[in-house]
Ligand binder design. Structure first.
Ligand code: CU
Length: 153
C-alpha cells in the first residue's frame, strides 16, 4: 500500500479502529506486569486507537519529544478509555503515568513512521526505570524490524 503513504491524512472510509488493553499482567506472559497490549501498534493515518481500561488503575498519555511534529498530544485520566485519532504520520510514544518507571510504555506507528523515529528513540532512552529501559530496547528492536520489513529504511 505504498501509494497511500503520501496521501493527505483525512479519515477515510477505510479508517480503522484499533484497541489497546491496559493491563496489570500480560495474560500471554505472566512475568510481564503493567503492560499495554499490543505495546507496538501499526496503523494508518486517520485510524483511531481506543485505550481499554481492561484492568483498573491505568491511563494512556503521550510524552514530550515522542510525538510527531504537528500531532496533538493526548492525556487520559486514570481508568479513562480515551479514543485517539492519529492523522499525522510518525511514531507516537505513550506511557501510563503511575507505571511509567515499571515499563508501562507503548508505541503507535502511523503511516511512514520513520520521520521522527530517531527522536523518539532518543527521548525513550532517557526515561527512568530498569524495566522501562529493558522494554524500550526490546520494542525499538521490534520497531526497527518493522521498518526494515516494510522498506522504510
Ligand atoms: Cu499503568
Amino acid at each position: 500500500m505504498a501509494a497511500t503513504l503520501g496521501a493527505p491524512a483525512f479519515a477515510s472510509d477505510d479508517a480503522e479502529m484499533h484497541e489497546v488493553d491496559m493491563l496489570n499482567v500480560d495474560p500471554d506472559d505472566r512475568q510481564q506486569r503493567m503492560v499495554f497490549k499490543p505495546a507496538i501498534l501499526r496503523v494508518q493515518p486517520g485510524d483511531t486507537v481506543k485505550f481499554l481500561a481492561t484492568e483498573r488503575g491505568h491511563n494512556a498519555q503521550s510524552i514530550d519529544g515522542m510525538t510527531p511534529d504537528g500531532a496533538e498530544e493526548f492525556q487520559g485520566r486514570i481508568n479513562e478509555e480515551i479514543e485517539v485519532t492519529l492523522d499525522v504520520e510518525g511514531t507516537y510514544g505513550y506511557i501510563c503515568q503511575p507505571h511509567q518507571t515499571m515499563g508501562m510504555i507503548g508505541f503507535i506507528l502511523v503511516g511512514d513512521f520513520t520521520s521522527n523515529l530517531e527522536a523518539v528513540r532518543e527521548a525513550a532512552g532517557t526515561l527512568r526505570g530498569r524495566d522501562t529501559t529493558r522494554r524500550v530496547e526490546e520494542y525499538m528492536t521490534e520497531i526497527d524490524a518493522i521498518a526494515a520489513e516494510e522498506g522504510l529504511v
